[in-house]
Design a protein around this ligand. Structure first.
Ligand code: PMP
Length: 361
């Protein structure tokens, strides 16, 4: 007979917690975790394979602990005059965020985010033994600079998460909110730009705010725009001193030689890898327009997904879509569901399935 969790000498602060658990069902149309559903183009896949093959020859040795070529490639991709000393990377931006929390949160400290926001922030925070504190958003999940700064000044957190654009709502975050929050706290401010590439092209990144702000962190991921979720590569840009703090908590050799080789090869093809972004944005906007025509209330999204309200019974709609081979996400906001923008045909499958539910057919 196997033991139950309660029988184990588990940390008290982890008792009763539930793990991250987005369903991983193999349905024909999976639009539930904001993946990029376009496969990596063949010519890029060929180069990645060559890079991995070369790395394999030395796989008996530990990898470059400083992943120097990869940090250089990220600095070049991000631009804004960044150099490799300002770049960090790990196995997905989840691990990048965990490193920041390990260094700047931890027991007796707090991390803060404006709810609803990315569900991993509280889990990662509590995993380090820190407490999670939630702020509130205004109408339609927006945030204004005065309210955001006042809430942060009041909570005095050690780490603040600003998700820009926000998951699960898609809400844009103006740079003045980030500046105001930074000025309202002596803590570390993380701007999570996981979905930045899907925002309007003229939209400025928080990277423009880095000079002179040594407590500001801008995190990104290859999981979304780069269609690289399975490879697990996330990264951030910050002051070199902040990067040094992350070296204190990372595991030695945390990025495998194969991961480094794959990411370097993919980044060399950045324009091709990002070629799908415009197409995804087109499908996202088509989803919003069609949802509105069907009588739902989609929110403005600068990401690769759409949150929509006016759903009478989200659990029932979710199940009916599931039965039609379409997987989307019930993010737990009453009367709302979230769907990722897929390829044109996946998007059509979702919209047709939803329309057929609505018409009772
Ligand atoms: N930040 C946000 C806002 C996300 O939505 C996600 C993934 N859904 C991540 C970070 C983590 O992505 P990854 O670990 O794949 O880089």
């Amino acid at each position: 007979m196997s033991a139950r969790l309660d029988d184990l000498p588990l940390r008290d602060d982890l008792r009763g917690r539930t793990p991250y658990g987005a369903p991983q069902a193999s349905l024909p149309v999976a639009l539930n975790v904001n993946e990029n559903t376009h496969p990596v183009p063949q010519e890029v896949a060929d180069d990645i394979l060559d890079g991995i093959a070369r790395a394999l020859r030395d796989v008996n040795r530990y990898p470059d602990r400083e992943f120097t070529p990869l940090r250089e490639a990220f600095a070049e991709y991000l631009g804004h005059g960044l150099s490799r000393e300002q770049i960090w990377a790990a196995n997905g931006s989840n691990e990048v965020l965990q490193h920041v929390l390990q260094a700047f949160a931890g027991p007796g400290r707090t991390a803060f985010g404006f709810s609803p926001t990315y569900s991993m922030y509280p889990l990662l925070t509590r995993g380090t033994g820190a407490a999670w504190v939630e702020g509130v958003r205004g109408a339609s999940f927006t945030l204004d600079a005065d309210s955001a700064a006042a809430q942060v000044a009041d909570a005095q957190p050690d780490v603040v998460f600003l998700c820009s654009p926000n998951n699960p709502t898609g809400t844009p975050m103006p740079l003045d909110v980030i500046e105001a929050v930074y000025d309202a706290t002596p803590g570390v401010v993380i701007v999570d730009e996981a979905y930045h590439e899907f925002a309007p092209h003229e939209q400025q990144s928080a990277l423009t705010l880095l000079p002179g702000r040594e407590r500001l962190v801008v995190s990104r991921t290859m999981s979304k725009a780069f269609a690289f979720a399975g490879a697990r590569v996330g990264y951030l840009a910050a002051d070199p001193a902040l990067i040094d703090a992350l070296r204190l908590v990372r595991l030695p050799y945390h990025l495998s030689a194969l991961t480094q080789a794959a990411a370097v090869a993919a980044l060399a093809h950045a324009p091709t890898m990002l070629g799908m972004v415009d197409e995804i944005v087109e499908q996202r906007d088509r989803i919003s327009a069609t949802l509105e025509a069907l009588g739902y209330a989609p929110y403005e999204s600068w990401a690769n997904f759409v949150l929509f309200g006016d759903v009478d019974d989200p659990a029932d709609t979710w199940r009916r879509l599931y039965d039609r081979g379409v997987l989307i996400r019930d993010v737990g906001i009453p009367h709302h569901l979230r769907v990722s923008a897929g390829t044109e045909s996946e998007t059509t499958a979702f919209l047709d399935a939803l329309a057929s539910i609505d018409s009772g057919s």
